[in-house]
Design a protein around this ligand. Sequence first.
Ligand SMILES: [Zn+2]
Length: 368
Amino acid sequence: MIFFIGFRELFYQIWLLLFFCLIGCQQAKVSSNLVSEEDLKQLRKIDVHAHYKYPRSYLPNFFKRWNMKAMLVDVAIEQGDSIVKNFDNYLTHYELLPELFYLCTTFTAKGIDSPDYIDKTIAQLKSNIAQGARMVKVWKNFGMVTKDSKGNYIQIDDQRLNPIWDFLVENKITVLAHIADPEQAWRPLEDPNNPHYNYYKSNPQYHAYNFPEIPSYETIIGARDQWVKNNPDLKIIAAHILSMSNDIDAVAQRLEAYPNLSVELGARFGDLAMQDSEKVRIFFDKYQDRILFGTDYGTGEAEYQKSSEALLAEAKNLEERYQLLFDYLTKQDSMVLRKQQTKGLALSKSVLEKIFSKNYLKFLTRSN
Ligand SMILES: [Zn+2]
C-alpha cells in the first residue's frame, strides 16, 4: 500500500514535471523566435493600403527608417451627382518619390447603364496603368451607395461589370476590394468599447443602421463572395480583412473556398485584438501566404496648411501608430489596441517577411 501511494505520487510528480517542461519549452520556443527591434526595423515592409495624398517632409526618412514602401490608394467618393477622386494628388506624390511608393487607381459604377460606360472606364484604367498604377481599388460605394438608372443599388457581382474584370485579368492587375463595412455599421451603436464605435459616431453618414434603404450586410457580403467566385482568375486582395474581421473563422472559410483571395489588415487590428491571441496567431500561421500588411493611414491636407507644431505631432503620432501595430505582430506582451486589452501575436520572422512584403511582391511579379 505504502509502495502503491508512493508510486502514484511519483507518477503524479513526473507528470507535473513533464507538463511544466512542455509549457516552458513552448514559451521558450516563442521567446526564442521573437524578432529583435533591429530585425524588425530591417525587415522589408510594404504598407499595401495607405492614403498619403499629400507629401510630408518627414515621410521619406520615416519610411527609410522602417525599410518601408507604401501603396498610395485612390478612393472615389460620390457626392450627389459628382464623383470626387484624388488620383492626380497620388500620382504627383508617386512621381515625386517613386522609390517609396506604389500607385493604385479606382473607378465607380456610376453611369453603368450608359452605352459608353465600359469603354470609358477601361480607357481610364488603361491610362492610369500607363501612368504607373499597379492595382485598382473598388470601394464600398459598390453595394452601399451607387445606384443604376432604375434606382437599384449596384452590387459588385453585377454582370454588367464583367468586361472590366476580364480587362484586369488580361492585364494581370490586382484588385484591392473594400466591399461592405464591418458588421457594426448595420447594428445600433451601443458599446463604446467596440473598435468601430468612434468611427460611426463621428461619421454617421456611413452608419448603415441609420439608412434602412441600404442593402443588408448579408446581401453585400453575399454579392462580394459571389464576385470572388465568379472571377477565379482575378487576383483579389480583400481590404480590411474582408469586412468580417470580427470573425476570423468566417475569413478562414472564404480563404479555403477561394484560392484567388488574400486579405489585407488595414484599420482592423482592433477586431483582431478582441479575439483570442492564440487563435489569431494560429490563423496567421495557417494563412501566412494570404495575409498582407496595410494600415489605411494617410495625409488629408497639404503640408503648408499645417503649423510646424501640428506637423511634429502628426509625425510622432504616425510613428506611434505604426509601432503599436508592429508590436502587436511581433511581441508577446500584453497591450491595449483600439481599447482592446490583448496579447501580441509573436509571429516568427519568416511569417513576418511574407506578411510585410513577400506576399505583395508575388502579386507584382505575377502582374506588372
Ligand atoms: Zn482606405
